[in-house]
Design a protein around this ligand. Sequence first.
Ligand code: SF4
Length: 374
Amino acid sequence: MRIDWMFFSIKPSTIISSLCYSVFRVEPYSSCLYGCIFCYAKWYRKGLEMNSSQILNAWKSLARRLKDVDLPPPVFRLSTLVEPFQDKLEMKNRIALRILEIADRYEIPLIINTKSDLIMRSPWIDVILKLSDKNLVLVQVSIVTTNSNISKALEPGAPIPQRRLALIERLRDHSVPVVVRLQPLIPGIENLQLETAKEVLSYGALGIIVEPLRETRNGLAKIAKAIGIAPKSYLNNHLWKPYSFSSSNQGLLYPDIEWRKRMFYELFTLTLKFGKALTICKDGLWLSFSIYNADCCQSWHIKRTHAMRKTLYECLISSKSRFPHIYLLSYGDFQKYPRVIRRALRLHYNKLIKVLNNKKLLRKLIITNSSHAK
Ligand code: SF4
């Protein structure tokens, strides 16, 4: 079976191609049983269904070929569209486990994004510790809030937040690098989310990644109910602005620039107090907050040398990697990688160049991230 580049890469778009360093992914499943009401991954899963042997064969073949490339491997995200360690699916099928084993065997760096503490159990933890010993892994634990009632209403199928806090602590006890994805940032529960940020840092998280909510009107009404606010007044709040970078045509709304700036500033100050980093995902405002580089996945915690694509940050602010173990890819490097990687890198590069050549779009992306740019 000929594998399309899309199985291993996020689709190019104005936001992703301009801001995202970690565009490569491996998805063990094509559905997610956690049923989070704010989940937008569901819009992007279509067309990516493969059976388990196709996924594993394709991943193994790609990993083997990457091992032979004369440049460092890129980082892959496990995963971007589903929870990779959903107990019911993973206990039976063990596809995510096999993906970890292949990454270990061919020394491919992985960013694991999870809400599940299944990974603390053997055999999953054994492979994660092996990857960690080889500096090949970063675990991103995803949490919206540590308030159990609100978490239950927002993410009904996911493990309770206290189990995720314990996961952070136990992985850090084993010296596995862990950061927290505090996302989505939701207007109406700001104080709870600031408290959550403090908690995850005190449990040992090395940094925090945030991403503001993007939702349809219907989705916002459901979220309002879940957080105990009357949907009508929630929707009438003037802070919602149209999100103009959506490729899914869903009519998404997004918190306005003032709300986002305020939240980012408070979280930024808080993480600095702990001596940790805050990074902001899929928001051009990030370029003004970034002090290290703009890699919002915080992949610098993966200490093994790895390759990353360049983004707007390298085009506009600094072309050099701040971390000696992160190799920034030039256009000429792309051809050295297997077809699926090469093709994705070129498509993202072309999109990035288009953004750079469109001053109006560039301004909108960096300054407001909304359709209200003057
Ligand atoms: S765990 Fe992630 S992919 Fe699964 S439903 Fe929740 S937000 Fe969506």
